[in-house]
Design a protein around this ligand. Structure first.
Ligand code: AHR
Length: 517
């Protein structure tokens, strides 16, 4: 899972850069919303989640089992479930990730005490008992009102396994697999299996394939990913590129685009280089700047992969699914090697907001995205320890951004200074605008400068109310002892010469509904 990116930034130069020159001044920024330049609707699935059988993501995070002392609902942690429910996740991807290509779905069905125990070869070599399997996942996503996105095993099982898995989940009538599902406690087929991944990271942990071979194998496996009752049909997702591997996208599109409905893209954000990511907390400003700059790279990736897809799919039938994205730092000291457990700070909230804003600008092609991952892994919504739980700054961004699900994006033209740190510069203020399903105009405003406030003047008159997320330090975060250190608070726009304006503190994210006059 080595990540390659050409965006290796000069950390030393950045570290030397001072920030205090701007610390007291306020930057003037203007934003113009083009009401007549609307893009295709923001697919709610851009707000998708990813829950892999990795570390404490499933076991401990979502599932504790019905006999646990931790309060649970049929084995699912009640606190986590209720918190996730409030985000209205449109889709959840499971069981991997890399884990998907080692997973045999048959291990995870039937009486729990009879399920085989296996080694998680991909993540930490730990033993798992398969107590969270297909029924548990499908019931969970159904209870949350989420579509299910199952990642199938193309790396180490035959295509027949995918077909049988789909039949177990979706077949009614008298087949042996439908009967087996009934015997396992589920009478009717689940209706929310909407997406099926044909392998994962086939260029790496999913089989270390060359793109030509992966495209051929995709054709073979995808042949068996269907069901006779096509309502609703299954969306076939091909395993896509790692970061800027454009040859991968070119080959998959050239050789297999007629056999897929979506192509994935994986991109993780980290400061500096993959070998020297640094900690999730206690970092210096150069790491803040480098992380946000890397987040911005998502825009270029979507444009370039999208341009290749356009060549083979000019009508944009095939979605680009960024089905793994998020921050990746050194794991927390003392946590299990291979569990990818990391804290989550205001920096992560900025990455989430900037990335969601980028997705809003590419709604013609980006039809799904799944942040990695939902609980206790990488850029999580929620962290747990024993019976304690905390909501991360990233959770709050997803919460604040909910009005953008299904909204119609509008072009926002921002004029203002850059945030500069050493050799790194990026837009100081980033704005996303959209007309919500409720008819209201929503704005998301992000100030990337950790020291300098911004005064943002719009071309509109009216008022605006919403919430803002900020904190005193770049790494402001919640802990199990102080779980309410950072959370959104009420926020409203001001007026400047009769125009709606916003005073954005340094390092802040605001989402408001505008009442235009
Ligand atoms: O999200 C963690 C891992 O990152 C996934 O298992 C894999 O697909 C990617 O390399």
């Amino acid at each position: 899972m080595k990540r390659v990116t050409k965006l290796l930034l000069p950390i030393a130069a950045a570290a030397l850069a001072g920030t205090s020159a701007h610390a007291q001044s306020r930057a003037d920024v203007s934003v113009k919303i083009e009401m007549d330049q609307a893009g295709p609707v923001i697919a709610p699935e851009i707000y998708g989640q990813f829950a892999e059988d990795l570390g404490r993501g499933i076991y401990d995070g979502i599932w504790v089992g019905p006999d646990s002392k931790i309060p649970n609902t049929n084995g699912y942690r009640t606190d986590v479930m209720q918190a996730i429910q409030k985000l209205h996740p449109p889709v959840i991807r499971w069981p991997g990730g890399c884990f998907a290509d080692q997973y045999d779905w048959r291990d995870g069905i039937g009486p729990r005490d009879k399920r085989p125990k296996r080694i998680n070869y991909t993540w930490g070599g730990v033993t798992y008992d398969n107590s969270f399997g297909t029924n548990e996942f499908m019931n969970y996503s159904e209870a949350l009102g989420a579509e299910a996105y199952i990642a199938g095993n193309m790396g180490s099982l035959p295509p027949h396994a995918m077909q049988q898995w789909i039949e177990y989940i979706t077949a009614d009538g008298d087949t042996t697999l439908a009967k087996e599902r009934r015997a396992n406690g589920r009478d009717k087929p689940w209706k929310n299996l909407k997406y099926f991944g044909v392998g994962n990271e086939s260029w790496g942990c999913g089989g270390n394939m060359k793109p030509e071979y992966a495209a051929d194998l995709h054709r073979r496996y995808a042949t068996f990913v269907w069901k006779p009752d096509e309502a609703p049909p299954i969306t076939k997702v091909a395993s896509g590129a790692n970061v800027d591997d454009y040859r991968w996208t070119e080959t998959m599109m050239k050789d297999a685009s007629n056999m897929m409905d979506a192509l994935s893209l994986h991109y993780y954000t980290f400061p500096g280089s993959w070998e020297d990511k640094g900690p999730a907390t206690g970092f210096a400003e150069d790491k803040w700047a480098s992380t946000l700059k890397h987040a911005e790279f998502m825009d270029e990736l979507i444009r370039k992969h999208g341009a290749i897809m356009d060549k083979y799919d000019p009508k944009k039938r095939i979605g680009l699914y960024v089905d793994e994205w998020g921050t990746w730092y050194d794991q927390e000291p003392g946590s299990h090697p291979g569990f990818l457990y990391q804290q989550n700070t205001l920096r992560d909230a900025e990455v989430a907001a900037l990335t969601l804003n980028i997705f809003h600008r590419h709604t013609d092609r980006v039809k799904m995205a799944n942040i990695a991952q939902m609980v206790n892994v990488l850029q999580a919504m929620i962290l747990t320890r024993g019976d304690k739980m905390l909501l991360t700054p990233t959770y709050y961004v997803f919460d604040m951004y909910q009005p953008f699900m299904g909204a119609t994006p509008l072009k926002a033209e921002v004029n203002g200074p850059d945030y500069v740190n050493g050799d790194i510069s990026l837009n100081m203020v980033d704005v996303s605008a959209a007309r919500g399903k409720d008819g209201k105009l929503y704005l998301a405003l992000v100030n990337t400068d950790p020291d300098r406030a911004a005064h943002v003047v719009t071309g509109m008159s009216g008022s605006a109310t919403g919430r803002i997320l900020t904190g005193p330090a770049m790494d402001t975060h919640n802990t199990f002892d102080a779980p309410n250190t950072i959370h959104p608070v009420a926020y409203r726009g001001t007026s400047d010469g009769g125009k709606l304006a916003f005073d954005l503190p340094a390092k802040s994210i605001a989402v408001v509904a505008v009442d235009q006059r």
